[in-house]
Design a binder for this molecule. Structure first.
Ligand SMILES: Cc1ncc(COP(=O)(O)O)c(C=O)c1O
Length: 398
């Protein structure tokens, strides 16, 4: 019989090392729980890092996948399909955007947004307007454009040269942005809640100041909602939790509930910069991905869904604050909705290992933040279950 250890060892040997190997092998999931190959059950508060928005094996997703896979899975991108239209209609009807570009991942959504914004600026401001302002502690992906607007580029010089003309401002500091603004700036890209950087929400006033600045200077404002969007903050789009609209938003992760699909959504004045022959993708907008995404988004938009997210979020934040009162080992609690960060006095790797042992799956963000991104279907009882495991684990570690 192949043991979990065998699978891990062989996988480490055969795959390029992109992530630190976990000591267990995941086997299947059901609702908010995941199970390893030894049959151990975990409360999954990682969800593929904010991906499994409807938890595991959601019946609506399963039905859609089965039905669509047996009807039409692939179709040349130039054809319209009912599935592509249905998904685009949902994205447009529920926000401030007019047009959709389908991609297959977060990084591709960001690439599309950067290209769209630069072409818009080239045509409206001139060829010199090709520079971008991004933020310290940002994360936008790993392809060249998205990596170029990710601050980590400075610690990965071996991938250079990156895109020229990218400037980094301080998050939540409008003066640091103003200091970088010139006629050369095409776009500002920001995560409304910084995810990988450590679960830091933008201030509403800061986003409004960015909006005003972009309007005054004719700069395209891009929100990277790959992690924070699609219900994670308790609103369909992340921007709706702040009441400040971007010109373009980047989506992925929770949009497909685990199926690889993403999108760039844009206001028409910006989206129309992309014309036939300037951008595209073989798989983007394929009928299976669009059918699944439409079904996931349909579940989210049903009455009561976001109320559950708000209740579970409130319970998590209240419970974490209670734990902080009991233990001086919790040093900070941050985040919004079901995108929650906890700083502790413990080594994050040790903490994650201990939580995993006690049946809770979570992930790391930033240098040492515990990141909790449960399925959006998680209820208050699941929050209580997670809080109990966290409380117990912190006590054990003390
Ligand atoms: C805010 C943000 N943007 C972009 C990405 C990249 O997405 P992907 O890994 O699907 O390419 C991520 C992934 O974590 C993200 O959190």
């Amino acid at each position: 019989m192949t043991t979990a250890t065998d699978i891990i060892k062989k996988t480490e040997d055969l795959l390029v090392s992109t992530y630190t190997a976990q000591p267990v092998v995941m086997d299947h999931g059901s609702g908010v729980y995941a199970f390893d190959t030894d049959g151990k059950k975990y409360l999954d508060f990682a969800c593929g890092i904010a991906v499994a928005s409807l938890g595991h094996a959601h019946p609506v997703m399963l039905e859609t996948i089965n039905k669509q896979a047996s009807r039409l899975m692939a179709c040349q991108a130039s054809y319209a399909t009912k599935e592509k239209l249905a998904c685009a209609e949902i994205l447009v009807a529920n926000g401030c955007f007019d047009q959709v570009y389908f991609s297959n991942s977060g990084t591709e959504s960001v690439e599309a947004a950067l290209k769209c914004a630069r072409k818009w600026a080239y045509e409206t401001k001139g060829p010199e307007a090709n520079e971008i302002i991004a933020f310290r502690n940002s994360f936008h992906g790993r392809t060249y454009g998205s990596a170029s607007v990710t601050e980590k580029r400075h610690s990965q010089p071996y991938f250079g040269p990156y895109l020229d003309g990218v400037h980094f401002a301080d998050f939540n500091d409008i003066e640091s942005v103003k200091a970088l603004v010139s006629d050369k700036i095409a776009a500002i890209i920001i995560e409304p809640v910084q995810g990988e950087g450590g679960l830091t929400p933008a201030d509403k006033g800061f986003l409004q100041a960015l909006r005003d600045l972009c309007d005054a200077q004719k700069i395209c404002l891009i929100y990277d909602e790959v992690q924070a969007g699609m219900g994670r903050l308790g609103t369909f789009y992340a921007y709706q939790s702040f009441g400040v609209e971007p010109d373009i938003a980047c989506l992925a992760k929770g949009m497909g509930g685990g199926f690889p699909v993403g999108a760039m959504v844009a206001k028409r004045a910006f989206g129309k910069a992309i014309v036939v022959g300037t951008h595209g993708t073989t798989y983007g907008g394929n009928p299976l991905a669009c059918a699944v995404a439409a079904s996931v988004l349909g579940v989210m938009l049903a009455p009561g869904f976001f109320e559950t997210v708000a209740k579970t979020s409130a319970r998590m934040f209240a419970g974490l604050k209670e734990l902080q009162r009991e233990s001086n080992k919790i040093t900070d609690i941050r985040g919004m909705g079901l995108m929650i960060g906890v700083d502790t006095a413990f080594d994050i790797k040790e903490l994650l290992k201990a939580l995993q042992k006690n049946g809770l799956m979570a992930t790391q963000a930033g240098k040492g933040t515990l990141r909790l991104t449960p399925a959006l279907i998680a209820e208050e009882s699941h929050a209580d279950e997670a809080l109990e495991i966290i409380g117990k684990t912190l006590k054990e570690m003390e």
